[in-house]
Write a protein of this length. Sequence first.
Length: 262
Amino acid sequence: MNIDENVRKILVSLLRKWKVIVAFALVGALLGFFYTANITKLTYTSKVEFLAYAVDTKSEIKGSYNSPDDTRTSNTSKMNYTTMMLATYIEIMNTNEFASTVAQNLNKRINSNCTSDFIKKSMLIEAVEDTAMFTISVTCQSNDMAYEIAHQLETEVPQMMKRTNNGLVQASVEDKPIKASAAGSKGYTKKCAIGAIAGIVIACAYIILRNLLDIKIRSSEELVEKYNIPVLGNIPNYEIKSTTRAKAIDEPYVSKTSKGDE
């Protein structure tokens, strides 16, 4: 049997079992809904936005003149350098050392017990494409804690960038963090969709696996195709005779001699 024939049979099996696939999808969606409703916790997000900029370390001569072209070239070079270095600073912000520093200073300021691992898990750093802007989002189950961590990062990030690489690239706060006005969505739609897709995948895998492991021979043609064994002949009315024989065995046998003796 060639590959195309196998694929065709699998597709036919999937189409025939579409009700099973739909049922698995519905079950998966329901599981996703119940998981979201009963297990997923409400979270709050606070954001702080920064602008990175390059610092010119060359001393400027008082009264010197720079042409507009020179100024534009210098600004472009600074922008390119800042954008290039921004990825490096973001990696530093994702390190355990930076998170540990943030946690220690935060605990001293608000008398909390945050760990570096908690800080790392709550942070999401995103750079705005083709710009020197980047945003840090802090998501926690506590609205106050999300705000306090973002507020601490407002101080920690510029200090870290000033200490690193001789302060050639620094950062200014462009948008200060505020407390979230409401909790974020639990994401019912997303989790139900994931559950439905998982159900479809499981159903299709089950149908395909069952089809591949099915060794039952349903016709003489299938015997020849699968095992290359020719059918030499068949027993006429085999099923009828087998049924009659089975009934005869089930019925009690009474000999003629026994009847005569009665």
